[in-house]
Design a protein around this ligand. Structure first.
Ligand code: SD4
Length: 323
């Protein structure tokens, strides 16, 4: 190498080093700008935990999983995990899914009994198998094999609610109609275009045993695509499954809608196809790859509060509503 070449070489080395230092800084800065968006008041502590996990170098998948573990572990949240309301036979059956927007892959579990953290089992379906969804006893056996502990998921409160429901001769059953919804859905970004969506629920209270809602179904309860954005849903899963809510929202965004417009568009579509849907329970959250967010619900009777963690601030906010 002559001296001119050597100078050029040294310049290139210095420039490359500077660029990668900048990249490193940019990556660090991006890690400092994650956003966590979740459904309901229980989404707030879930977001806070997710932010904490991400800040201590967890991946975005770790953050969403551990965040969702918070309401799953909370006996006072009667629609998720431990303490979730049981099916018509008094048995708690849980649904959960987690989708990685980079790999475009999901892990999910349906009608899982006796395991209080279905989102963590779903995560292992994603990481440790070539399957997408495990259901019922298969999901339970899988969880046991991977070291999860079987335990009762009924609490004195949820048992009492089921006993009261049973004792009421007028109680609603899912052979006719539905009641009680309140899942945790979370959509998260690392601030650098990567998205993860997760969802966990005990589903419709007093449901027919074996019933699977929208939450563990890819494209219904969750969807995430790093090229566009992510979405999650809460409410009447028997209805929402038929609208493939989360993937529909992401497709609206793909065509140029903002996350807020995309949520509203889906609600309008639901009412256009069936006017009775005006009175149904639907809550939607969405985020695009730039970190813009949307949240909307169908009506005042099922008014969605959503939790947002952004720039170190954790808030509980009112969604927009169509009616
Ligand atoms: C379900 N969508 O199983 C769930 C329940 C729910 O807010 O979202 N509650 O139908």
């Amino acid at each position: 190498m002559d001296s001119v070449d050597r100078r050029d070489f040294m310049k290139t080395v210095a420039a490359t080093a500077a660029a990668s230092a900048l990249d490193g800084n940019a990556a660090e800065a991006d890690r400092a700008r994650p956003i966590f968006l979740s459904t309901w008041a229980h989404g707030k502590p879930a977001n806070e935990r997710a932010a904490e996990v991400f800040k201590s170098s967890g991946s975005l998948l770790d953050a969403v999983e551990k965040g969702i573990n918070v309401p799953e572990n909370d006996p006072n949240v009667t629609s998720v995990g431990y303490g979730g309301l049981p099916n018509a036979e008094g048995v708690v059956e849980l649904d959960a899914a987690i989708m990685d927007g980079t790999r475009h892959r999901t892990g999910s579990v349906c009608a899982l009994r006796m395991i209080k953290n279905p989102i963590s089992v779903a995560r292992l379906v994603l990481e440790r198998t070539s399957h997408t969804t495990l259901a019922g006893d298969g999901a339970f056996q899988f969880a046991l094999k991977l070291g999860f502990e079987a335990q009762t998921l009924l609490t004195p409160q949820s048992l009492q609610k089921w006993l009261d429901w049973k004792a009421n001769p007028q109680h609603k059953t899912y052979w006719l109609s539905a009641e009680n919804h309140d899942t945790i859905g979370m959509v998260a970004t690392d601030g650098n275009g990567h998205l993860v969506s997760g969802c966990s629920t005990s589903g419709a209270a007093f449901k027919i045993p074996g019933r699977v809602g929208d939450s563990p179904l890819v494209g219904c309860g969750v969807y995430a695509d790093d090229n566009v954005g992510g979405a999650s849903a809460t409410g009447d899963g028997d209805l929402m499954t038929n609208y493939c809510t989360s993937v529909s929202i992401v497709h609206f965004m793909r065509r140029g809608a903002s996350p807020q417009e995309a949520c509203m568009e889906l609600l309008k579509h639901m009412v256009e196809t069936d006017g009775k849907n005006k009175d149904t329970q639907v809550g939607l959250i969405a985020m695009n790859k730039h970190g813009e967010i949307g949240a909307a619900c169908m009506n005042e009777g099922f008014f969605l509060k959503y939790a947002l963690w952004k720039d170190g601030q954790s808030q509980l906010l009112d969604s927009a509503r169509l009616y």
